[in-house]
Design a binder for this molecule. Structure first.
Ligand code: SF4
Length: 291
């Protein structure tokens, strides 16, 4: 399991070698199944990516994409959104869940960025910071958590290697025992990021997140994971337990009949963009995690 140590006053997570090896093996298998390198789904500037992330929380991709487009059509600049009457912003983002909460939060975040940047409403300066410093800067703003900070750095055209963890990614990691079951999504960010090689590129970190997320969407389902066709079954204590229960309950016949694994052609087909509802509209914010 991981241990923590202090470095320059900051708590640093140090996973043991066995866990790091396992994380890499999971990455390789899932990458083979889901077709890495996986194309980026966004090419937004970092401030636009931030607004997109704030809109997407607990909202279907198509709805958050529509809200983003409506916002941009009504207010051509983010300064315009920041300074607009709240009711107009709320009306523009009406397709998302909780527009009455998200509209004032977006305006407040835009005001905070402006104030901290001495009048400049842009996040482009983050490109000049180390990843950890950039994340800390973002997370010091109320309403921005580790998932959103990582999304801004990784999904925007900054392309910085920061690992977001969404609910699918988190569920797969818990079932594989990459993180303990009691660790929630927020704290999981540091544990899972520490298992990846520090020299990895943004594309490799992106592939890791996308592959685990896609696995949660297409195989390791919330209620009834398809362990019999999972390419990491031999690495997964949850899957092993489920399979052995099923074997003893069914005498093994049904499982042996279903015993095929996920392959590049049987699971993700033509890659992540081929799955309706996973990405939504590729021209605008299809999905970004928030929180
Ligand atoms: S073996 Fe089952 S529980 Fe484990 S990762 Fe695969 S689908 Fe999920």
């Amino acid at each position: 399991m991981a241990r923590t140590t202090a470095r320059r006053g900051r708590e640093v997570v140090v996973p043991d070698e066995e866990l790091r090896d396992k994380a890499l093996l999971v990455h390789e298998r899932l990458c083979a199944a889901y077709g890495c390198p996986i194309p980026y789904f966004h090419d937004l500037d970092p401030l636009s990516e931030l607004v997109s992330s704030l809109l997407s929380h607990r909202t279907k991709n198509a709805d958050s994409g529509r809200a983003f487009r409506q916002l941009r059509a009504r207010f051509p600049t983010w300064e315009g959104v920041r300074d607009a009457p709240l009711a107009e912003v709320e009306e523009a983002v009406a397709p998302v869940t909780w527009p009455e909460q998200k509209a004032p939060r977006i305006q407040q975040v835009l005001r905070d960025v402006t104030e901290r940047r001495a009048g400049e409403l842009s996040l482009d300066f983050l490109a000049d910071l180390p990843v950890r410093a950039a994340r800390d800067w973002l997370e010091s703003i109320t309403g921005i958590g580790p998932k959103t900070s990582a999304a801004v750095l990784l999904f925007s055209r900054l392309r910085m290697p920061a690992l977001p963890v969404d609910s699918h990614h988190h569920r797969v990691a818990v079932r594989l025992a990459l993180i303990p079951p009691g660790v929630t999504v927020g704290p999981a960010h540091r544990l899972l990021e520490a298992q990846l090689p520090p020299e990895w590129s943004a594309q490799q970190v992106y592939d890791n997140h996308e592959a685990l997320m896609l696995h949660g969407q297409r195989c390791c389902f919330h209620l009834d994971p398809a362990c019999h066709r999972c390419p990491v079954l031999d690495l997964c204590p949850t899957g092993q337990q489920r399979v052995s229960h099923e074997l003893s309950a069914e005498g093994g016949g049904a499982l042996r009949e279903r015993g095929q694994r996920v392959t590049p052609t049987s699971a993700p087909a033509a890659g992540p963009h081929a799955s309706p509802g996973v990405r939504g509209d590729s021209s605008l914010p299809a999905r970004s995690p928030a929180g």
